[in-house]
Design a binder for this molecule. Structure first.
Ligand SMILES: Nc1ncnc2c1ncn2[C@@H]1O[C@H](COP(=O)(O)OP(=O)(O)O)[C@@H](O)[C@H]1O
Ligand SMILES: [Mg+2]
Length: 350
């Protein structure tokens, strides 16, 4: 008899109106620059649907549910009628990204297997400063830094300019803009005032690493595998734009900078650096208790040292994002990659 299909619930939490829907109304010909990438990017719903459809193609009985901040719905789905596995795409609850880990904890309490990171890993990695301490303790290089609870830092702070200031508990390049990179004390003080006003404490200030930006994706457990390294090419950016993935570069198809930064996979790095960075990525994955899949962001210093910027458990799995580009270079299709991630969750059930 054919084995029954495994029931997979793809859970996400989407409340606000999708701003990308508005982009559909814009004719690219009316922009005052020629876009390199389409400005009609997929909406969040289309991205979830692509994941659900891919899982169905892989033979799962997959269905998608928007939790819409409804705790009783979550309880009904997970506790009363538990699926074989939850595909966990929930990044916040009640608009708080701190609750990302609580939602994972809910699955743990009801003993439903779910994809991706544990509550502990999610809480740790949301705290960029604490994560950097853990990485340092484990012998990895990360830019010298300070965590600030107030918008003040002494003039002789001991860090070497240029510096970058960013919110210590955000992700997705929130608060990362052209003005984030500062070259003297006056610029730093102004930037801190601005960040504290918009994001509050804590703010992370760290040395800016000029070199290549490298994203290293890791898949699996016992042992995890490192996927081909991906690099960002900033050479087409305006010369005055800092070489960083700002919020606009990442998310805003109406910004020129969005069209000037290009991903390249595999990265053009020599094999010794590649070996080193892959070792570091695996070390960071295990030191921060990642599992199933994660992406580790590095900058390669002019001194040849790969400096780790942050650890991203449960990184974006949208088709075409850096994690999926790296998977594809390892001959894993979008659907196969998602299939593996579900299998890791199912294995935990045994
Ligand atoms: N120390 C740094 N040196 C150089 N670039 C940095 C540094 N910190 C952050 N950046 C730039 O800012 C981007 C976002 O910072 P990151 O720490 O990865 O936060 P997020 O969680 O928002 O992705 C990075 O992808 C990189 O381009
Ligand atoms: Mg990042």
């Amino acid at each position: 008899m054919a084995e029954e299909k495994k029931r997979v619930l793809v859970l996400y939490n989407q409340i606000e109106k999708d701003e990308f829907e508005e982009l559909r109304k814009i004719d690219p010909a009316t922009l005052d620059f020629t876009p390199h990438y389409s400005i009609h990017v997929a909406t969040a719903q289309e991205e979830y649907d692509a994941i659900i459809n891919a899982l169905r193609k892989e033979g799962f009985d997959a269905c998608g549910i928007n939790l819409a901040n409804d705790l009783s719905k979550l309880h009904g789905l997970v506790a009363e009628n538990p699926p074989d596995a939850v595909f966990n795409l929930v990044e916040f609850f009640y608009s708080y990204s701190n609750h990302e880990s609580d939602v994972a904890g809910f699955f743990d309490l009801f003993q439903v297997p779910y994809t991706g990171a544990s509550p502990f890993c999610l809480s740790l990695c949301r705290r960029k400063g604490l994560t950097k301490q853990v990485l340092l303790q484990n012998g990895m290089a990360t830019p010298h830094f300070r965590i600030l609870e107030q918008p003040k830092i002494e003039r002789r702070h001991g860090l070497r300019y240029p510096l970058i200031a960013k919110p210590a508990r955000q992700d997705g390049s929130a608060g990362v803009e052209a003005g984030s990179v500062v070259h003297d004390y006056a610029q730093l003080s102004r930037r801190l005032d601005n960040l504290f006003e918009r994001f509050g404490a804590p703010i992370l200030v760290e040395e800016f690493i000029e070199g290549k930006e490298l994203h290293v994706s890791v898949l699996g457990n016992d042992p995890p595998m490192v996927l081909p390294v991906l690099e960002y090419d900033f050479s087409e950016l305006h010369k005055d734009h800092p070489r960083v993935i700002t919020y606009d570069v990442k998310w805003n198809p109406l910004a020129v900078a969005y069209h000037k930064v290009h991903a390249r996979c595999p990265a053009e790095i020599d094999s010794e650096i590649e070996t080193l960075i892959k070792e570091q990525a695996l070390a960071a994955y295990s030191a921060t208790y990642c599992r199933d899949y994660a992406r580790l962001d590095f900058r390669l210093g002019c001194d040849g040292v790969p400096y780790i910027l942050e650890v991203n458990p449960n990184p974006d799995l949208t088709e075409g994002v850096s994690f999926m580009q790296s998977a594809e270079k390892a001959d894993l299709s979008f659907a196969e990659t998602l299939h593996r991630i579900v299998d890791y969750a199912l294995q935990r059930k045994k």
